[in-house]
Design a protein around this ligand. Structure first.
Ligand SMILES: NC(=O)c1ccc[n+]([C@@H]2O[C@H](COP(=O)([O-])OP(=O)(O)OC[C@H]3O[C@@H](n4cnc5c(N)ncnc54)[C@H](O)[C@@H]3O)[C@@H](O)[C@H]2O)c1
Length: 472
């Protein structure tokens, strides 16, 4: 047993009177559903709340509405034990919960780079109107600095003051594809609260995580801080990760002009422990529902605060990231010996297989996915695009309906003049280039993630182009 990870605050009796705080997760998307299920698994009584009745129905029937390894089993197990329930009713949430975690989306605003906080606002106000006793509202959604104070003001405005409802903040760092482990075994917990009561309840709401760590002889570092810092941690972490990816992709651009090989460069850099090799793989760049919108929201907020210059570099990070998409299009034109018109390469009629639609492997999330964006760009350039992804087909079809979809990798590649590997799923990394070569119309491949064994593909007769690597 290891020592406690944080000075353990004295326990308080949760407002519901139960020994352990009862938890609600408001918003049961990738973040909230994963939390609800994992915290039930940790022993808490949990209620997942969403305005999307279809999603709630699926969850209640034991079906996770998205792909996340390991989550289905835990959902069914905890529904069966009665620890976990789902509802669309804020009345039920208010009656049940001691600690209410805000897990709703904070997408980019349609009108600019800032975060759209309307879901947070609606969720807090809906909960506030139904509360009849003291409770703790904890923000988990990724938000611009200053949001927690604003949520406090919403609570002051919409909750009867004598209830003494409080607000705390605890940003979330889970990664899709690893979410179950990230929630049960986080590499750190960041908390911000203003009173001993809130601090105690927040500690009790995380005790399951600390207890599991103790059993496994691990430590979970806790950083207790103020509201502003807790909010900034999340944006700063994503800004750093995005910068690291765009740094190596900028090196890829230089390699492309100078004949260097970015994969060797990145290996050499990564051996330096001060740099490290994670998030240092050159390729098609970052996407998903977090990094792109978070670096934009961070810049927008810094601008509002008069610190815009400090984050100007994030604009470049974004531009480097977007340029990688165009690079794939240019490589496609070169490989297929197509001309460039005023609107870019003309790929009219070219049959192109796109392998990958999700923003990374082991998820079905196609939000701001570079792979799907490139599929769309290829189609706009005139190509006949056939997409295959192991998990993201349903979401991809909805997001990009005007391309074709294949049932298998082999179907996608059959008759293609060009294959673009744009998400590094194991199925594509381990694909047999000989078998694919037999069904393709021409053996041209673009490795958009530097994930293929170039030698094996060349030996099978393929002409291969990769981002940041010399032409071979
Ligand atoms: N997905 C991730 O990997 C991840 C990781 C860390 C942080 N985050 C942050 O977590 C937040 C949620 O992200 P997500 O990926 O889960 O989004 P999501 O779009 O998958 O889920 C959001 C959910 O909130 C629901 N919702 C909207 N308004 C609601 C309301 N008033 N009451 C209840 N539910 C409501 C939606 O129906 C949806 O199911 C975002 O701020 C995101 O930046 C996400």
């Amino acid at each position: 047993m290891t020592v406690p990870y944080v000075a353990q605050p004295a326990p308080v009796t949760p407002p519901s009177g139960s020994t352990r705080p009862r938890l609600t997760f408001l918003g049961t998307g990738y973040l909230g559903a994963t939390y609800a299920i994992c915290y039930a698994e940790l022993g808490y009584d949990v209620l997942g709340v969403d305005v999307d009745a279809d999603k709630i129905e699926k969850l209640g029937q034991g079906e996770v509405p998205f792909h996340e390894p390991g989550l289905d089993e835990l959902l069914r197990k905890n529904l069966a034990s009665g620890k976990l329930r789902f509802t669309t009713s804020y009345q039920e949430a208010a009656d049940f919960g001691d600690v209410h975690f805000i897990c709703v989306g904070t997408p980019q605003r349609a009108s600019g780079m800032g975060a759209d906080l309307s879901y947070v606002e609606t969720c807090v106000i809906d909960l506030a109107h139904h509360l009849t006793r003291k409770a703790l509202i904890v923000g988990k959604s990724t938000v611009p600095v200053g949001t927690a104070e604003w949520v406090e003001q919403l609570v002051e405005k919409h909750v009867r003051p004598e209830l003494g409802v409080e607000v705390a903040w605890s940003p979330e760092f889970l990664q899709e594809g690893f979410a179950v482990d990230d929630v049960m075994r986080p590499n750190r917990i960041v908390v911000a609260s203003k009173t001993d009561w809130a601090n105690s309840l927040l500690y009790m709401a995380h005790k399951g995580v600390f207890d599991l760590a103790a059993v496994e002889d691990r430590e979970v570092p806790v950083v207790a801080t103020d509201f502003a810092t807790a909010e900034l941690v999340k944006h700063a972490a994503n800004a750093f990760l995005a910068t690291k990816i765009s740094f190596i992709n900028a090196m890829a651009e230089v390699c492309e002009m100078s004949g260097g090989d970015v994969t060797a460069l990145s290996r050499a850099l990564g051996h330096d422990p001060r740099i490290g090799n994670r998030f240092l793989q050159a390729g098609l760049g970052f996407g998903g529902a977090c990094l792109p919108k978070d670096i934009r929201a961070f810049q927008a907020r810094a601008q509002e605060l008069g610190a815009g210059e400090a984050l100007r570099f994030l604009h470049e990070v974004d531009l480097i990231n977007m340029r990688r998409r165009q690079r794939v299009l240019n490589l496609a034109a070169d490989l297929l010996t197509r001309k460039y018109g005023p609107a870019g390469p003309d790929l009219s009629g070219a049959r192109v297989a796109v392998l990958g639609a999700t923003f990374k492997p082991n998820t079905d999330d196609v939000r701001d996915a570079p792979a799907l964006a490139v599929a769309g760009m290829l189609a706009r350039a005139g190509a006949e695009v056939r997409v295959y992804d192991p998990q993201g087909m349903e979401n991809a079809r909805r997001a990009l309906p005007n391309v074709m979809y294949a049932k298998t990798m082999l179907d996608a590649v059959t008759d293609a003049e060009l294959v673009c590997v744009l998400t590094e799923w194991a199925e594509f990394r381990n694909a047999d280039p000989v078998a694919l070569g037999e069904v393709a119309a021409a053996r041209n491949v673009i490795d958009g993630r530097n994930c293929l064994d170039a030698q094996a593909w060349k030996s099978a007769g393929w002409t291969i182009r990769a981002l940041g690597r010399p032409t071979v």
